[in-house]
Ligand binder design. Structure first.
Ligand code: F6P
Length: 551
């Protein structure tokens, strides 16, 4: 067993200075900080790519931020960022670049991997996606009976599902009137069956999205969809009109029976959870159209430029990342809550779970030695205002300190009077309530005003006190549009990257998903009558129960 550990985190000057400052400043109440500084909002908010980040309701002062920026510099964030944009092989365990920024770069950009400019192939694929999308949306490309497509079923999982599913829901206001979008990811046939029961095969387009084209869930769902399609009366030759694929492995796609003309390629330097900007975004483009899809790329590119070019003191992804480091590593917080005040962003927490937890859920450094500090917290959340009637109780009065990211579009896509103002009011109210809390004196005054007194009043006081001093950031969007959505996602991608650099881990591999996959295949073989896979009593017992149930 290795005894080597990565000691440099806690030993660096900036880390030590932050630890010392936390001991001195950490418990200072946000009420005090706001009371002392009427300019706190101006001082601690930053704009980029049309977004505003208000980070004034965090437990920081200027000195904290200066130390956090020093830590970012000390850990080499700027150099690492430049290497990523330059196409260096930063995914060291897989020997690959992580160049999702190229996917949203405009015509005229040159980005090289090993001396080869990737942009001509990126732009050519963007063009092919655009042409295909226009053909389907206009009705020029039809199903085998000559009818226009009315339903698109995206079959994929993880990065081949969450980005497109999240974006299609977020941009529903831009969706094509004739199209219905469906997303099937789970190998649980309930999900596919429910979709197949609703759609007409002659009017359904299947998009099979898988970077590797080996993922068992996607392959199983795609095979069942094909069988269903053929059973409906369509012939083998009709498959070409109804099944398209998105993958890095064109040969495997062809083995599955989808020819190259219907395959949209991307490249191994695009991580699955960073792939919605590639042809994996085909379903998004089908739904919102080529121009809106490209506007989403432009918004992300604008955030890329901001991240690449702004000094770290005013760099939104760096600021968001370093606040996360402050809480995770100095306050010891174990989770972060994502609270989009936009029903259209209801899949955003799930999307960010993969982005953050699959990227930074690591305990070994890039060099293969144990990381000496805590890395990625648990990411969770739900849209407001629903969350207020579920878990916000714990955020306000629970024993855990949980920083919250509020995401707030200022304009709605609907025109129902009154709703959006209420939504905005609730979002601002929650961040304020978390910040200020309510003291025992304030509670007493309220109860007295309500006519209470004596022991009955005193018995209620502790239950109605809110400690406050619960931090949050608010990301404000002028409205939820393709452009602002692109910028928002790119903001989080770069935040994750910066945190990975600070922790010294590779944010672009995901070895932790392999073991379960391998065991599932062995257990699946045993369930199908194969040899016992051996092992522990629990696994044997559960397999026996499943077999007894006929599986
Ligand atoms: O869950 C592991 C994972 O490899 C993710 O990283 C990826 O997004 C997902 O599976 C799907 O992979 P693929 O696109 O190759 O089907």
């Amino acid at each position: 067993m290795t005894t080597k550990t990565l000691l440099e985190h806690r030993e660096t000057p900036a880390w030590r200075a932050l630890a010392a400052y936390h001991a001195h400043f950490g418990e200072t109440h946000l009420r005090t900080l706001f009371g002392d500084d009427p300019q706190r909002f101006e001082r601690f908010s930053v704009g980029a790519a049309g977004l505003t980040l208000d980070y004034s309701k965090n437990r920081i002062d200027e000195h904290t931020m200066a130390l956090l920026f020093e830590l970012a510099r000390e850990r080499g964030v700027e150099t690492a960022r430049d290497k990523m944009f330059a196409g260096a092989s930063i995914n060291n365990t897989e020997g690959r670049a992580a160049l999702h920024v190229a996917l949203r770069s405009p015509v005229g950009t040159h980005i090289e991997i090993d001396g080869n400019d990737v942009m001509p192939t990126v732009l050519a694929m963007r063009e092919r996606v655009g042409e295909f999308v226009e053909a389907v949306r206009s009705g020029r490309r039809t199903g085998y009976t000559g009818e226009c497509f009315t339903d698109v079923v995206n079959i994929g999982i993880g990065g081949s599902d969450l980005g497109p599913a999240m974006a299609c829901e977020a941009l529903a206001a831009y969706g094509h009137a004739r199209l219905n979008m469906h997303f099937v990811s789970n190998v649980d046939g309930d999900q596919l069956a429910a979709v197949l029961n609703r759609v007409d095969p002659a009017r359904t387009l299947f998009v099979i999205a898988s970077k590797t084209f080996t993922t068992i869930e996607t392959m199983t769902n795609a095979a069942s969809a094909r069988t269903w399609f053929l059973a409906s009366g369509a012939s083998e030759s009709d498959i070409a009109r109804h099944f398209v694929a998105v993958s890095t492995d064109v040969a495997k796609v062809s083995d599955f029976g989808i020819d190259e003309a219907n395959t949209f390629a991307f490249w191994d330097w695009v991580g699955g959870r960073y792939s919605m900007w590639s042809a994996v975004g085909l379903s998004i483009a089908l739904w919102v159209g080529r121009d809106h899809f490209e506007a989403m790329l432009e918004g992300a590119h604008e955030m890329d430029r901001h991240f690449a070019e702004s000094p770290i003191e005013v760099n939104m992804p760096v600021i968001l990342a370093m606040l996360g480091i402050w809480y995770r590593n100095f306050f010891g917080t174990a989770s972060v809550c994502i609270a989009p005040y936009a029903q259209a962003l209801s899949r955003m927490p799930a999307y960010l779970q993969q982005l953050e937890m699959e990227s930074n859920g690591k305990s070994v450094s890039r060099d293969g030695v144990p990381v000496s500090v805590a890395t990625c917290p648990v990411v969770w959340g739900e849209p407001g205002t629903n969350g207020q009637h579920a878990f916000f109780q714990l955020l306000h009065q629970g024993t855990e300190l949980i920083p919250v990211d509020f995401i707030l579009p200022l304009k709605s896509a609907h025109d129902l009077p009154g709703h959006h103002r209420l939504l905005i009011a609730n979002c601002i109210a929650q961040s304020k309530a978390l910040m200020v809390g309510k003291t025992a004196e304030e509670v007493r005054a309220e109860l007295v005003a309500a006519g209470m007194s004596g022991a009955a009043l005193e018995a209620l006081v502790p239950h109605r006190v809110f400690p406050g001093n619960r931090p949050s950031s608010t990301i404000v969007l002028p409205a939820l549009t393709p452009r602002t959505l692109g910028a928002l996602i790119a903001l989080y991608e770069h935040k994750v990257f910066v945190q990975g650099v600070v922790w010294g881990i590779n944010s672009f591999d995901q070895w932790g998903v392999e073991l379960g996959k391998r065991l599932a295949s062995r257990i699946g073989a045993e369930l199908a009558g194969g040899p016992p896979c051996g092992g522990d009593a629990s696994t044997r017992g559960l397999i026996a129960l499943a077999r007894a149930a006929g599986e």
